[in-house]
Design a protein around this ligand. Structure first.
Ligand SMILES: [Zn+2]
Ligand SMILES: [Zn+2]
Length: 228
């Protein structure tokens, strides 16, 4: 990019916290600040860590993310509209089989010019809770640069299923032996478990077993019945 010399210029470091070599940091210098100006940027980068839901599903670190961005200069800042294509990996919450698929994520964010921030705050301080909300969601350029990482991460995480499944009708695992039931829908066990044996006894002989359980629950009532 045209401003590489600034990267090695130590005096800029105090001004800009952003790491200009970070592939998710973009330079808007060439876009300029004339409202209406527009530039398209394509970039393929390695996914940083944390693009996903921990231990469930996410974009593996260092796997490619393809970005297409449209940067538009508007009065208050730079409007960034984009899409990201990425591959996600995780495991089925029912049967624990690996799942992986491609996602195509859309996002849009307005990065305010540094000096427009004061005006923005002044407008939103009218309502105090509104101000709290807007502070969280307001992004700003640092010099000519903006950091896409938080915006992209939020967009990716929102696009992920909270309960990924290998197939919509995944039957999960057998609670007794852990077999994957979708591989064998007729899978069953022959009353090996004493709990199942008891249940089967109940349905087979409701008279005997049923009374037995009732007696233990309502001993007093049973005693009265016996007296009569
Ligand atoms: Zn599954
Ligand atoms: Zn089983």
């Amino acid at each position: 990019m045209g401003t590489r010399s600034i990267d090695s210029d130590g005096s800029q470091d105090t001004l800009n916290r952003l790491d200009h070599r970070d592939p998710l940091v973009f330079d808007t210098h060439e876009l300029g600040r004339r409202p209406g100006a527009m530039r398209k940027v394509s970039r393929t980068l390695e996914a940083p860590e944390g693009f996903g839901i921990i231990d469930v599903i996410g974009v593996p670190e260092k796997s490619p993310i393809e970005l297409e961005l449209r940067l538009e200069s508007v009065v208050e800042g730079v409007l960034v509209t984009g899409t990201a294509d990425a591959h996600v990996e995780g495991e089925c919450v029912r049967c624990l089989e690996p799942v992986d698929f491609d996602i195509d994520v859309d996002f849009q964010e307005l990065y305010y010019y540094p000096e427009s921030d004061e005006r923005h705050r002044a407008r939103t301080t009218g309502t105090e809770d509104l101000d709290e909300d807007s502070e969280e969601e307001t992004y700003r350029l640092e010099g000519d640069f903006f950091d896409l990482q938080p915006v992209l991460r939020d967009a990716v995480v929102l696009a992920l299923p909270l309960q990924p499944v290998c197939q919509d009708d995944c039957l999960g695992l057998c609670s007794e032996c852990g077999a994957r039931l979708s591989d064998d829908p007729t899978h069953h066990h022959d009353a090996a478990d004493p709990r199942w044996a008891a249940l089967q006894g109940l349905s087979a002989a409701p008279g005997d077993e049923g009374d037995g359980i009732k007696n233990s629950d309502t001993r007093e009532g049973a005693a009265e019945n016996q007296e009569k």
